[in-house]
Write a protein that binds this ligand. Sequence first.
Ligand code: NAD
Length: 354
Amino acid sequence: MHLVVLPGDGIGPEITAATTDVLRAASKCFQLDIRIEEHPVGHESLRQFGTTVRQGLLETVRAADGLILGPAATFDFKDEQSGEINPSKYFRKNLDLFANVRPARTYSGLPSRFGAFDLVVVRENTEGFYADRNMAQGSSEMLVTPDVVISLRRITRACCERIARAACQLAMRRRKHLTIVHKANVLKIGDGMFLEICREVARGFPGLAVNDILVDAMMAHAVRQPDRFDVIVATNMFGDILSDLTAELSGSLGLGGSLNVGAHHAMAQAAHGSAPDIAGRDIANPFSLILSMALLLAWHGERKGATRFEAAARAIESAVAAAIEAGLATKDIGGTLGTAATGRAVVEILASGG
Ligand code: NAD
Protein backbone atom coordinates (compact mmCIF):
# COMPACT_ATOMS: atom_id res chain seq x y z
CA MET A 1 0.00 0.00 0.00
CA HIS A 2 1.39 3.36 -1.05
CA LEU A 3 0.41 6.20 1.29
CA VAL A 4 1.06 9.92 0.97
CA VAL A 5 1.54 11.67 4.32
CA LEU A 6 1.22 15.44 4.64
CA PRO A 7 2.00 16.53 8.24
CA GLY A 8 0.56 20.08 8.11
CA ASP A 9 0.86 22.83 10.71
CA GLY A 10 0.84 23.31 14.49
CA ILE A 11 0.51 19.92 16.19
CA GLY A 12 0.30 18.28 12.73
CA PRO A 13 3.96 17.14 12.52
CA GLU A 14 3.88 15.76 16.10
CA ILE A 15 0.69 13.70 15.74
CA THR A 16 1.71 12.63 12.23
CA ALA A 17 5.07 11.30 13.47
CA ALA A 18 3.30 9.26 16.17
CA THR A 19 0.83 8.01 13.54
CA THR A 20 3.50 6.91 11.07
CA ASP A 21 5.31 5.09 13.93
CA VAL A 22 2.14 3.08 14.56
CA LEU A 23 1.59 2.62 10.81
CA ARG A 24 5.11 1.17 10.35
CA ALA A 25 4.59 -1.16 13.31
CA ALA A 26 1.22 -2.33 11.92
CA SER A 27 2.80 -2.83 8.49
CA LYS A 28 5.42 -5.10 10.06
CA CYS A 29 2.99 -7.06 12.28
CA PHE A 30 0.42 -7.63 9.50
CA GLN A 31 2.73 -7.76 6.43
CA LEU A 32 1.02 -4.79 4.84
CA ASP A 33 4.08 -3.69 2.85
CA ILE A 34 3.25 -0.02 3.38
CA ARG A 35 5.33 2.59 1.57
CA ILE A 36 5.14 6.10 3.01
CA GLU A 37 5.85 9.18 0.91
CA GLU A 38 5.93 12.41 2.92
CA HIS A 39 5.56 15.96 1.59
CA PRO A 40 5.03 19.35 3.23
CA VAL A 41 1.70 21.22 3.10
CA GLY A 42 0.58 24.41 4.83
CA HIS A 43 3.10 26.91 6.19
CA GLU A 44 6.13 24.68 5.52
CA SER A 45 5.11 24.29 1.87
CA LEU A 46 4.40 28.04 1.63
CA ARG A 47 7.94 28.71 2.88
CA GLN A 48 9.57 26.18 0.52
CA PHE A 49 7.42 26.49 -2.62
CA GLY A 50 5.44 29.74 -2.25
CA THR A 51 2.14 27.85 -1.92
CA THR A 52 0.48 25.77 0.82
CA VAL A 53 -0.25 22.97 -1.68
CA ARG A 54 2.43 22.72 -4.33
CA GLN A 55 1.76 21.79 -7.94
CA GLY A 56 1.90 18.09 -8.72
CA LEU A 57 0.85 16.99 -5.23
CA LEU A 58 -2.67 16.16 -6.41
CA GLU A 59 -1.34 13.78 -9.08
CA THR A 60 0.97 12.16 -6.50
CA VAL A 61 -2.00 11.62 -4.18
CA ARG A 62 -4.23 10.36 -7.02
CA ALA A 63 -1.64 7.74 -7.90
CA ALA A 64 -1.35 6.56 -4.27
CA ASP A 65 -3.66 4.20 -2.35
CA GLY A 66 -4.55 6.79 0.27
CA LEU A 67 -3.68 10.05 1.98
CA ILE A 68 -3.00 10.98 5.60
CA LEU A 69 -3.45 14.73 6.02
CA GLY A 70 -2.39 16.50 9.20
CA PRO A 71 -4.32 19.58 10.35
CA ALA A 72 -3.47 22.90 8.69
CA ALA A 73 -3.59 26.45 10.05
CA THR A 74 -6.39 27.29 7.63
CA PHE A 75 -7.42 30.47 9.43
CA ASP A 76 -4.02 31.94 8.47
CA PHE A 77 -4.57 31.36 4.75
CA LYS A 78 -6.28 34.45 3.37
CA ASP A 79 -5.64 34.58 -0.34
CA GLU A 80 -5.83 31.59 -2.70
CA GLN A 81 -4.50 33.73 -5.55
CA SER A 82 -1.23 34.06 -3.59
CA GLY A 83 -0.99 30.32 -3.07
CA GLU A 84 -2.64 30.20 0.37
CA ILE A 85 -4.92 27.25 -0.31
CA ASN A 86 -6.80 25.30 2.38
CA PRO A 87 -5.29 21.79 1.90
CA SER A 88 -8.32 20.14 3.46
CA LYS A 89 -10.69 21.78 1.01
CA TYR A 90 -8.29 21.21 -1.88
CA PHE A 91 -8.18 17.42 -1.49
CA ARG A 92 -11.83 17.01 -0.51
CA LYS A 93 -12.94 18.95 -3.58
CA ASN A 94 -10.44 17.66 -6.13
CA LEU A 95 -10.76 14.01 -5.07
CA ASP A 96 -14.54 14.36 -4.59
CA LEU A 97 -14.35 12.99 -1.04
CA PHE A 98 -18.03 13.49 -0.41
CA ALA A 99 -18.46 11.65 2.91
CA ASN A 100 -16.69 12.66 6.09
CA VAL A 101 -17.12 9.74 8.48
CA ARG A 102 -16.47 10.76 12.09
CA PRO A 103 -16.87 8.04 14.74
CA ALA A 104 -17.08 8.95 18.43
CA ARG A 105 -17.18 6.45 21.30
CA THR A 106 -16.39 6.23 24.96
CA TYR A 107 -13.59 4.05 26.30
CA SER A 108 -13.30 1.96 29.42
CA GLY A 109 -10.84 3.58 31.81
CA LEU A 110 -11.87 7.03 30.63
CA PRO A 111 -14.71 8.30 32.79
CA SER A 112 -17.50 9.87 30.75
CA ARG A 113 -19.85 12.37 32.34
CA PHE A 114 -22.43 11.56 29.67
CA GLY A 115 -22.57 7.74 29.85
CA ALA A 116 -21.19 5.18 27.43
CA PHE A 117 -21.95 5.65 23.72
CA ASP A 118 -20.75 4.62 20.27
CA LEU A 119 -21.93 6.66 17.30
CA VAL A 120 -20.79 7.94 13.90
CA VAL A 121 -21.46 11.34 12.36
CA VAL A 122 -21.61 11.14 8.56
CA ARG A 123 -21.10 14.65 7.26
CA GLU A 124 -21.64 15.84 3.69
CA ASN A 125 -18.24 17.13 2.61
CA THR A 126 -18.48 18.90 -0.73
CA GLU A 127 -21.13 21.65 -0.59
CA GLY A 128 -23.39 23.29 2.00
CA PHE A 129 -22.20 26.51 3.63
CA TYR A 130 -18.52 25.98 2.71
CA ALA A 131 -18.16 28.91 0.34
CA ASP A 132 -14.64 28.01 -0.80
CA ARG A 133 -15.69 24.64 -2.21
CA ASN A 134 -19.32 24.73 -3.27
CA MET A 135 -18.77 26.54 -6.60
CA ALA A 136 -17.15 25.28 -9.82
CA GLN A 137 -15.22 28.53 -9.89
CA GLY A 138 -14.88 31.33 -7.36
CA SER A 139 -16.39 31.56 -3.90
CA SER A 140 -20.01 31.75 -2.78
CA GLU A 141 -19.17 34.43 -0.23
CA MET A 142 -19.35 37.97 -1.58
CA LEU A 143 -18.63 41.46 -0.31
CA VAL A 144 -21.53 43.44 -1.74
CA THR A 145 -20.43 46.75 -0.21
CA PRO A 146 -17.72 47.20 2.44
CA ASP A 147 -20.48 46.66 5.03
CA VAL A 148 -22.57 43.93 3.41
CA VAL A 149 -21.63 40.26 2.98
CA ILE A 150 -23.65 37.53 1.30
CA SER A 151 -22.74 33.87 1.90
CA LEU A 152 -24.63 31.28 -0.12
CA ARG A 153 -25.20 27.65 0.75
CA ARG A 154 -25.45 25.01 -1.99
CA ILE A 155 -27.60 21.90 -1.53
CA THR A 156 -28.03 19.50 -4.44
CA ARG A 157 -30.15 16.40 -4.92
CA ALA A 158 -27.12 14.39 -6.08
CA CYS A 159 -25.00 15.25 -3.02
CA CYS A 160 -27.93 14.63 -0.64
CA GLU A 161 -28.56 11.25 -2.25
CA ARG A 162 -24.99 10.04 -2.09
CA ILE A 163 -24.41 11.12 1.53
CA ALA A 164 -27.75 9.61 2.58
CA ARG A 165 -26.84 6.33 0.88
CA ALA A 166 -23.39 6.25 2.53
CA ALA A 167 -24.98 6.86 5.96
CA CYS A 168 -27.67 4.20 5.42
CA GLN A 169 -25.10 1.64 4.27
CA LEU A 170 -23.00 2.31 7.36
CA ALA A 171 -26.03 2.14 9.67
CA MET A 172 -26.99 -1.24 8.19
CA ARG A 173 -23.54 -2.56 9.16
CA ARG A 174 -23.98 -1.20 12.71
CA ARG A 175 -27.11 -0.99 14.89
CA LYS A 176 -29.47 -0.11 11.99
CA HIS A 177 -30.49 3.29 13.26
CA LEU A 178 -30.20 6.55 11.32
CA THR A 179 -30.78 10.06 12.69
CA ILE A 180 -31.15 12.88 10.17
CA VAL A 181 -30.00 16.23 11.57
CA HIS A 182 -31.30 19.33 9.81
CA LYS A 183 -32.85 22.78 10.15
CA ALA A 184 -35.82 22.28 7.84
CA ASN A 185 -38.03 24.46 10.07
CA VAL A 186 -36.07 27.53 8.89
CA LEU A 187 -34.10 26.42 5.83
CA LYS A 188 -37.32 25.01 4.45
CA ILE A 189 -36.21 24.47 0.87
CA GLY A 190 -32.56 23.38 1.24
CA ASP A 191 -32.83 21.36 4.44
CA GLY A 192 -36.36 20.37 3.45
CA MET A 193 -34.87 18.71 0.36
CA PHE A 194 -32.03 17.16 2.39
CA LEU A 195 -34.51 15.69 4.89
CA GLU A 196 -36.88 14.40 2.22
CA ILE A 197 -34.08 12.77 0.22
CA CYS A 198 -32.56 11.15 3.32
CA ARG A 199 -35.97 9.68 4.20
CA GLU A 200 -36.50 8.55 0.60
CA VAL A 201 -33.08 6.84 0.38
CA ALA A 202 -33.57 5.24 3.83
CA ARG A 203 -36.83 3.62 2.62
CA GLY A 204 -34.63 1.48 0.35
CA PHE A 205 -33.00 -0.11 3.42
CA PRO A 206 -35.53 -2.47 5.02
CA GLY A 207 -35.06 -2.82 8.76
CA LEU A 208 -33.42 0.59 9.13
CA ALA A 209 -35.02 2.72 11.87
CA VAL A 210 -35.02 6.42 10.98
CA ASN A 211 -35.71 9.57 12.97
CA ASP A 212 -34.86 13.24 12.49
CA ILE A 213 -33.92 16.02 14.88
CA LEU A 214 -33.51 19.78 14.42
CA VAL A 215 -29.83 20.71 14.68
CA ASP A 216 -30.22 23.08 17.62
CA ALA A 217 -32.14 20.52 19.68
CA MET A 218 -29.60 17.92 18.60
CA MET A 219 -26.90 19.71 20.62
CA ALA A 220 -28.98 19.12 23.77
CA HIS A 221 -29.92 15.54 22.88
CA ALA A 222 -26.28 14.63 22.11
CA VAL A 223 -25.17 15.87 25.53
CA ARG A 224 -28.21 14.55 27.41
CA GLN A 225 -28.29 11.02 26.01
CA PRO A 226 -25.56 10.28 23.42
CA ASP A 227 -26.26 6.54 23.60
CA ARG A 228 -29.56 7.17 21.74
CA PHE A 229 -27.56 7.58 18.53
CA ASP A 230 -25.99 5.18 16.07
CA VAL A 231 -25.38 6.85 12.69
CA ILE A 232 -26.15 10.55 12.30
CA VAL A 233 -26.27 12.17 8.85
CA ALA A 234 -25.94 15.93 8.45
CA THR A 235 -25.11 18.62 5.92
CA ASN A 236 -21.55 19.96 5.87
CA MET A 237 -21.40 22.65 8.55
CA PHE A 238 -23.91 21.08 10.95
CA GLY A 239 -21.97 17.79 10.75
CA ASP A 240 -18.67 19.59 11.31
CA ILE A 241 -19.93 21.32 14.46
CA LEU A 242 -21.77 18.29 15.81
CA SER A 243 -18.77 16.00 15.37
CA ASP A 244 -16.47 18.27 17.40
CA LEU A 245 -19.09 18.07 20.15
CA THR A 246 -19.37 14.27 19.99
CA ALA A 247 -15.54 13.91 20.00
CA GLU A 248 -15.34 16.06 23.14
CA LEU A 249 -18.21 14.12 24.76
CA SER A 250 -16.18 10.95 24.19
CA GLY A 251 -13.32 12.42 26.24
CA SER A 252 -11.44 14.91 24.08
CA LEU A 253 -11.34 16.52 20.68
CA GLY A 254 -7.99 14.70 20.53
CA LEU A 255 -9.90 11.41 20.11
CA GLY A 256 -11.77 12.69 17.04
CA GLY A 257 -10.65 10.61 14.10
CA SER A 258 -12.21 10.78 10.65
CA LEU A 259 -12.08 9.43 7.13
CA ASN A 260 -12.97 11.47 4.05
CA VAL A 261 -14.26 9.03 1.45
CA GLY A 262 -15.17 9.26 -2.22
CA ALA A 263 -15.81 6.70 -4.93
CA HIS A 264 -12.09 6.19 -5.65
CA HIS A 265 -10.02 7.86 -2.94
CA ALA A 266 -9.88 8.28 0.83
CA MET A 267 -8.10 10.66 3.17
CA ALA A 268 -7.47 10.11 6.87
CA GLN A 269 -7.72 13.35 8.81
CA ALA A 270 -8.24 14.28 12.47
CA ALA A 271 -11.51 16.10 13.12
CA HIS A 272 -9.71 18.95 14.91
CA GLY A 273 -7.48 21.78 13.72
CA SER A 274 -3.78 22.60 14.13
CA ALA A 275 -4.17 23.52 17.85
CA PRO A 276 -1.56 26.33 17.89
CA ASP A 277 -2.17 26.76 21.65
CA ILE A 278 -0.43 23.43 22.38
CA ALA A 279 1.84 23.05 19.31
CA GLY A 280 5.51 22.12 19.74
CA ARG A 281 5.07 20.97 23.36
CA ASP A 282 4.72 17.20 22.85
CA ILE A 283 1.33 17.20 24.60
CA ALA A 284 -1.12 16.84 21.67
CA ASN A 285 -3.19 13.66 21.65
CA PRO A 286 -2.17 11.59 18.59
CA PHE A 287 -5.11 9.15 18.89
CA SER A 288 -7.27 11.28 16.56
CA LEU A 289 -4.90 10.76 13.62
CA ILE A 290 -3.94 7.19 14.61
CA LEU A 291 -7.64 6.23 14.61
CA SER A 292 -8.15 8.07 11.29
CA MET A 293 -5.27 6.08 9.81
CA ALA A 294 -6.90 2.84 11.05
CA LEU A 295 -10.11 3.86 9.21
CA LEU A 296 -8.04 4.33 6.05
CA LEU A 297 -6.49 0.85 6.37
CA ALA A 298 -9.94 -0.69 6.87
CA TRP A 299 -11.27 1.18 3.79
CA HIS A 300 -8.35 -0.06 1.69
CA GLY A 301 -8.75 -3.63 2.95
CA GLU A 302 -12.45 -3.67 2.14
CA ARG A 303 -11.88 -2.28 -1.35
CA LYS A 304 -9.11 -4.70 -2.20
CA GLY A 305 -10.60 -7.69 -0.42
CA ALA A 306 -7.40 -7.81 1.68
CA THR A 307 -8.50 -8.90 5.14
CA ARG A 308 -5.08 -8.30 6.74
CA PHE A 309 -5.64 -4.52 6.37
CA GLU A 310 -8.97 -4.79 8.17
CA ALA A 311 -7.32 -6.96 10.85
CA ALA A 312 -4.58 -4.32 11.24
CA ALA A 313 -7.21 -1.58 11.58
CA ARG A 314 -9.04 -3.53 14.29
CA ALA A 315 -5.74 -4.23 16.10
CA ILE A 316 -4.82 -0.51 16.05
CA GLU A 317 -8.25 0.44 17.44
CA SER A 318 -7.90 -2.19 20.17
CA ALA A 319 -4.35 -1.04 20.97
CA VAL A 320 -5.59 2.55 21.35
CA ALA A 321 -8.39 1.34 23.64
CA ALA A 322 -5.88 -0.72 25.67
CA ALA A 323 -3.51 2.26 25.96
CA ILE A 324 -6.39 4.45 27.18
CA GLU A 325 -7.47 1.83 29.70
CA ALA A 326 -3.89 1.56 31.01
CA GLY A 327 -3.60 5.36 31.29
CA LEU A 328 -0.90 5.41 28.57
CA ALA A 329 -2.16 8.63 27.08
CA THR A 330 -1.76 12.38 26.88
CA LYS A 331 -2.98 14.74 29.56
CA ASP A 332 -6.19 15.88 27.78
CA ILE A 333 -7.57 12.42 28.66
CA GLY A 334 -5.92 12.14 32.04
CA GLY A 335 -2.59 10.52 31.08
CA THR A 336 0.94 11.70 31.75
CA LEU A 337 2.68 10.75 28.49
CA GLY A 338 3.79 13.02 25.69
CA THR A 339 2.62 12.69 22.08
CA ALA A 340 5.62 10.61 20.93
CA ALA A 341 5.56 8.32 24.00
CA THR A 342 1.81 7.75 23.51
CA GLY A 343 2.53 6.62 19.94
CA ARG A 344 5.28 4.32 21.23
CA ALA A 345 2.88 2.83 23.81
CA VAL A 346 0.49 1.87 20.99
CA VAL A 347 3.41 0.41 19.00
CA GLU A 348 4.42 -1.73 21.99
CA ILE A 349 0.86 -2.99 22.55
CA LEU A 350 0.61 -3.85 18.83
CA ALA A 351 3.97 -5.60 18.80
CA SER A 352 3.03 -7.64 21.87
CA GLY A 353 0.00 -8.93 19.98
CA GLY A 354 -2.63 -6.75 21.58
P1 NAD B 1 -8.51 23.26 17.08
O1 NAD B 1 -9.37 22.14 16.70
O2 NAD B 1 -7.16 23.33 16.49
O3 NAD B 1 -8.36 23.32 18.69
C1 NAD B 1 -9.47 23.47 19.56
C2 NAD B 1 -9.07 23.07 20.99
O4 NAD B 1 -8.88 21.65 21.04
C3 NAD B 1 -7.73 23.70 21.41
O5 NAD B 1 -7.79 24.01 22.79
C4 NAD B 1 -6.73 22.61 21.16
O6 NAD B 1 -5.59 22.68 21.99
C5 NAD B 1 -7.56 21.35 21.45
N1 NAD B 1 -7.08 20.21 20.64
C6 NAD B 1 -7.20 20.06 19.31
N2 NAD B 1 -6.61 18.94 18.91
C7 NAD B 1 -6.08 18.36 20.01
C8 NAD B 1 -5.33 17.19 20.23
N3 NAD B 1 -5.01 16.34 19.25
N4 NAD B 1 -4.94 16.92 21.50
C9 NAD B 1 -5.27 17.72 22.51
N5 NAD B 1 -5.98 18.85 22.36
C10 NAD B 1 -6.38 19.17 21.12
O7 NAD B 1 -9.33 24.58 16.71
P2 NAD B 1 -8.84 26.10 16.58
O8 NAD B 1 -7.85 26.43 17.65
O9 NAD B 1 -10.08 26.86 16.47
O10 NAD B 1 -8.12 26.18 15.17
C11 NAD B 1 -6.72 26.21 14.99
C12 NAD B 1 -6.40 26.25 13.51
O11 NAD B 1 -6.80 25.03 12.89
C13 NAD B 1 -7.11 27.38 12.72
O12 NAD B 1 -6.19 27.92 11.79
C14 NAD B 1 -8.25 26.65 12.01
O13 NAD B 1 -8.64 27.32 10.85
C15 NAD B 1 -7.58 25.33 11.71
N6 NAD B 1 -8.47 24.19 11.46
C16 NAD B 1 -8.00 23.28 10.56
C17 NAD B 1 -8.71 22.14 10.33
C18 NAD B 1 -8.15 21.14 9.37
O14 NAD B 1 -7.04 21.29 8.87
N7 NAD B 1 -8.87 20.08 9.06
C19 NAD B 1 -9.91 21.89 11.03
C20 NAD B 1 -10.36 22.82 11.97
C21 NAD B 1 -9.60 23.98 12.19
